[in-house]
Design a protein around this ligand. Structure first.
Ligand SMILES: Cc1ncc(COP(=O)(O)O)c(C=O)c1O
Length: 398
């Protein structure tokens, strides 16, 4: 169609928003990765040390995952063809779900296309109008969106505040169904939910208990089983969500719990019912990844060694790293423009460490979010620390 001169663009108002984002230092331009997602990688044509990926254990390029994916393409093709309830479910998807359930020590599991879909699809289908959701203020966007879609009432409790949660549980006794929901590890601050206390409160009040272990999967607990295992809470968590997109190295999300939860989600969860399942290569890679988690525990040991080394050096340099207890270590800058400037300066010095600004974090909590992985060498970490020291002094953060 010929768009004649003078025809108004009904999306013209987007330009004003984009200009404002630029002016406020909130405009994001993802750096372009060519080659593999590794500890050392090529972004925007330049080889740098990568402190930004969620590839905690280096599994994105693990030969066993690679081979499993290639073999699945050779024997099963590149696509699954449709939604599982329509075109039939691939045996591989069912095998992956059984393997995840066994790994998480639950009766059953169901796989979604992403962790986002798992959270949003579960919260929105398990809860409905007239119910109530009690949610930590720093829970992930996919939980917030799922809660909104559910049409249940949403009550937010201050971050990790057990007393406030208890008050909310007292106030909401009359609701038919109540869901208490928290991230296991908070994705921008790297702190861990006080899960034993939250679970005890939920159980005492007869509420459903759900944890989003996106950043605990492959990181916390035996062989990376997550926060439930880390705190010894097996059998006490109604719904565990995890992702296959971060430490597991591929893509996807899952919900682990009782058999009836799986059965229900297959009937009612919209991402399951209305979106095509994983390509076989992805499911096969995820299956191989669970094996690797059990067979190569030294990866998790290296991840935590590197984490301790990096965190204690940052503390010695005098950076504000907030409340982190895990490999996610934010360097709090506060001002968005300054965080962007810091990220650019680090890049110039050969380090990719992404600035995270509003709306991912509060407007006055802009930061550089770093994650070390099991695959970073000490030499690489030392070079990162030297660059951080230089830029930290330039920007008067230390
Ligand atoms: C806490 C949390 N939950 C869920 C997700 C979504 O996972 P996925 O990337 O697999 O969609 C993320 C990732 O961004 C996350 O950080």
């Amino acid at each position: 169609m010929n768009r004649g001169a003078g025809v108004a663009n009904p999306l013209g108002y987007l330009d004003a928003t984009l200009a404002q984002l630029h002016a406020e230092g909130l405009y994001r331009t993802p750096r372009e990765l060519t080659g593999e997602q590794q500890a050392r990688a090529r972004f925007d044509g330049r080889e740098v040390i990568n402190l930004s990926s969620n590839n905690y254990l280096g599994l994105t390029t693990h030969p066993k995952l690679h081979e499993a994916a290639m073999e699945a393409i050779r024997s099963l093709g590149v696509g699954s063809g449709s939604v599982r309830t329509i075109a039939g479910t691939m045996e591989l998807h069912v095998r992956l779900e059984r393997r995840i359930a066994e790994f998480k020590k639950t009766e059953a599991a169901v796989v979604f296309q992403s962790g986002f879909a798992a959270n949003a699809g579960t919260v929105s289908s398990v809860l409905g109008r007239g119910d109530v959701i009690l949610s930590d203020e720093l829970n992930h966007a996919s939980i917030i969106d799922g809660a909104r879609l559910s049409r249940a009432e949403i009550r937010i409790f201050p971050h990790r505040d057990l007393a406030a949660l208890e008050r909310l549980l007292d106030e909401t006794r009359e609701y038919p169904h109540r869901l208490v929901i928290t991230d296991g590890v908070f994705s921008m601050d790297g702190d861990i939910a006080p899960l034993p206390g939250i679970v005890a409160l939920a159980r005492a009040h007869g509420a459903i208990m759900m944890v989003d272990d996106a950043h605990a999967s492959g990181v916390l607990g035996k062989a990376g089983r997550g926060t439930v295992d880390h705190f010894g809470l097996h059998g006490q968590m109604d719904i565990q969500v995890g992702t296959l997109s971060k430490a597991i190295g591929a893509l996807g999300g899952y919900v682990a719990g009782r058999q009836h939860l799986r059965d229900y989600l297959i009937q009612r969860s919209r991402p399951f019912l209305f979106s095509t399942s994983h390509p076989p290569a992805v499911a096969a890679a995820c299956l191989a990844a669970v094996d690797v988690l059990e067979q190569e525990p030294e990866r998790i040991d290296r991840l935590w060694d590197n984490t301790r080394y990096f965190k204690s050096a940052l503390a010695r340099l005098g950076f504000d790293t907030g409340v982190s207890e895990t490999p996610i270590t934010p360097i709090i800058v506060r001002d968005s423009a300054k965080a962007g400037q810091m990220s650019d300066r680090l890049y110039a010095l050969g380090i990719f460490a992404q600035a995270v600004v509003y709306p991912t974090v509060a407007i006055d909590k802009a930061r550089i979010r770093t994650i070390v992985t099991s695959e970073h060498t000490r030499d690489q970490l030392d070079r990162c620390l030297a660059a951080l020291e230089t830029v930290g002094r330039e920007l008067r953060l230390i």
